[in-house]
Structure formats: structure tokens, C-alpha cells
Design a protein around this ligand. Sequence first.
Ligand code: GTP
Ligand code: ZN
Length: 211
Amino acid sequence: MFEQAFNDEDVAESDLVTRRGTFRAVAFRADGHEHMALVYGKTKLRENVLVRIHSECMTGDIFGAMRCECGEQLDAALSTIVREGSGILVYLRGHEGRGIGLVAKVRTHVLQDAGLDTLDSATSLGLPVDIRDYTPAARVLRHLRVQSVRLMSNNPDKIAALEENGIPVTSRVPLLMAPNTHNIAYLTAKRDRLGHDLPQVEEFSQLPHAR
Ligand SMILES: Nc1nc2c(ncn2[C@@H]2O[C@H](COP(=O)(O)OP(=O)(O)OP(=O)(O)O)[C@@H](O)[C@H]2O)c(=O)[nH]1
Ligand SMILES: [Zn+2]
């Protein structure tokens, strides 16, 4: 059996008016962290709900860092959800630096500036490459009574994790941002070493999502 959703004391929700529109903000505690699901439009008991599972990235999401494309993906995912009229963005804490934390991530940046890629910079510090746990996302989607999802991601691990945790993924929606000189190495390592579904650099400019 899959884990039940949440005890009442671990979840709270309210309307959240944002510059993009009014979402339902569902704050929840899971695995020692406080996470958030932003729900737009009607998703309860629906199939093929447009979903983004977004891993916390303080540098990219809040400060607009260009080392990665996280901030742009966050913007694009929310815009797409609003444009389509419904969907859910799950913002997962504890995922900073693919799970190694903020201090460790910044330490890997120093090594990346010296030429190592995102994987080697972690392993050379004795750190794991990716220890993210997606079960809190599956739990909140179950709590929200979502029947199946269209997942906005380029990472096959996220699809596998949802399926393993009882949330059917009917399709994957690519979330491709145009590369810049600061994140091209990061994107290339994701494609070539982590198996993310990303195009070759020269193909990016022809993509509908690229900007
Ligand atoms: N270890 C490490 N983590 C990073 C670095 N830059 C960003 N991250 C983290 O990477 C996470 C995002 O993972 P990505 O591999 O970029 O993308 P993803 O979420 O797996 O896949 P998508 O769904 O396609 O966006 C965030 O939690 C960031 O904090 C870095 O240089 N080193
Ligand atoms: Zn990032």
C-alpha cells in the first residue's frame, strides 16, 4: 500500500493571489521539510493534469542566477499552467543542489568555475550526485486527488518516481530554456551524463519553448 496523504496538522491551504493570478496554496510537511503545491484551476479528480515538480534552487529561483535554468523553468512552468487554465506546481524543499544542500552546492560552483562539471564537482568533494526524494510530490498529488499527470520536465527520474509512487504519468511535456554562456556546461552535463532529455545546443533555437 502507498503511504496515506497527510495528517491534518501537516497541511494547510489558502488562496494566494499572485501577479499571474489566483492559486490555491497548499503548504505541507513531509520528510522533515515544508513544501508547497500551487494549484491553479480545476485539478481534483482530473486526468492528465499539467504538473511541474520543481526542485528548490535558491540561487536560480530567487536570485535569477544563470548557472542553471531553474529560475526560467519556474517562470515558464507557472506561465504555462495559467495559460492552459489549470495545473499544479509542486515546490520541493530539501532538493537544493540535487539534495546535497546550499553550502555544498556553492562549494561545487567553485570547482565548476575551475572546469569540473556538475557531477565531478560533487563527487570530488565526496558528495552524491543526486539524492532527491520525490515521494512528497506523489503524496501531495494524491492528497489533491489528481488521477494522472502530464509532467513538465526533462528528467526521466521524476517520471519513474511518480509512477513508482502510484501517480500515473500519461505524458512528458519538455521544459526547455535557451542556453546561455553561463549554463551551457550545466545543460550539456545533464544531457550527456545524467540522461536528461535535452537537445543538442544548436537545436535549441528552433524549439517553441526556447527564448
Ligand atoms: N549539485 C549541484 N546541484 C545544482 C547545481 N545547480 C543547480 N543544482 C540543483 O539542481 C536541481 C535541479 O536539478 P536539474 O538537474 O537542473 O533539473 P531537474 O529538476 O532534475 O530536471 P527538470 O525537471 O528537467 O528541470 C536544483 O535543486 C538545484 O539546486 C550545481 O551546480 N550543483
Ligand atoms: Zn538551479
